[in-house]
Design a protein around this ligand. Structure first.
Ligand code: SAM
Length: 231
């Protein structure tokens, strides 16, 4: 049967059906995620941002986790570190205005959205979990820059080995491109005890709203730091 097709025709067919299949999967996933999350925002440090999140009224808040068909949806939670970082950006729009910005581990995308609202020239919301892309669609214009003026990390220091690899990667970005780095964190042990912590300058501290405290097992504050390593 393969012999009936010229290879270019065959490869067009395969590519065409693969693209159609992928489109159907994306549309199915988008619908599933839409049905199992809710657009909210009022109960955070940035009530002006509307985000698609897991809430107590969503089925999977109480459903057996093994029925969730994707990776653990860290992107469906607005983490305290990201809340502080996004609040800081919205309060100080000059930090992002005209800048190229990378929100690394963007999750629900709040800090990327805040950067856009503050007039950033170009924003990339990056996450290792492809599901996040179905919910976060920051608008960007032009092609991505080779290097970013500013890198944002909201609640990315929750794991020791991730923190260590981020630390050396951030050093390279700063040395090579003079990139500025802002970190939001609620004082997690992995952050407080990491070597990077001694090199950070505190910029702001926010008290978390009651509902965020309850969801985060007693964390009460979240802060923003600028990374200024010793030269
Ligand atoms: C604790 S959540 C923080 C999300 C968001 N920044 C916030 O503060 O709400 C961590 C996020 O980082 C993503 N992540 C983990 N490792 C990553 C990596 N190596 N590269 C990009 N994203 C990563 C996870 O998928 C998750 O969405």
């Amino acid at each position: 049967m393969f012999g009936l097709f010229k290879s270019s025709t065959w490869s067009r067919c395969v590519k065409g059906s693969f693209t159609a299949f992928r489109r159907r999967c994306v549309s199915h996933s988008r619908r599933f995620i839409g049905e199992n999350t809710e657009v909210v925002g009022e109960q955070s440090l940035t009530p002006e941002l509307r985000l698609r999140l897991f809430t107590p009224s969503c089925r999977f808040w109480t459903e057996r986790p093994e029925l969730w068909p994707y990776e653990d949806p860290y992107w469906a939670i607005y983490w305290p570190g990201g809340q502080a970082l996004s609040r800081f950006l919205l309060d100080h729009p000059a930090v992002c205005r005209g800048q190229t910005v990378l929100d690394l581990g963007s999750g629900c995308g709040a800090s990327a959205i805040a950067a856009i609202l503050c007039g950033a020239a170009h924003v990339v919301a990056n996450d290792i979990d492809p599901s996040n892309l179905l919910c976060v669609s920051p608008t960007t214009s032009g092609s991505p820059p080779a290097a970013f003026h500013l890198i944002l990390l909201g609640d990315m220091f929750y794991d020791q080995s991730l923190a260590t690899s981020l630390h050396s990667w951030l050093n390279r970005c700063m040395e090579t491109h003079g990139t500025k780095v802002l970190i939001g964190d609620p004082g997690r042990a992995q952050f407080e005890e990491h070597a990077i912590r001694r090199l950070l300058r505190p910029l702001a501290q926010f008290e978390l709203p009651d509902s965020v405290r309850e969801e985060n097992y007693g964390l009460s504050c979240s802060g923003v730091w600028s990374y200024t390593p010793e030269l």
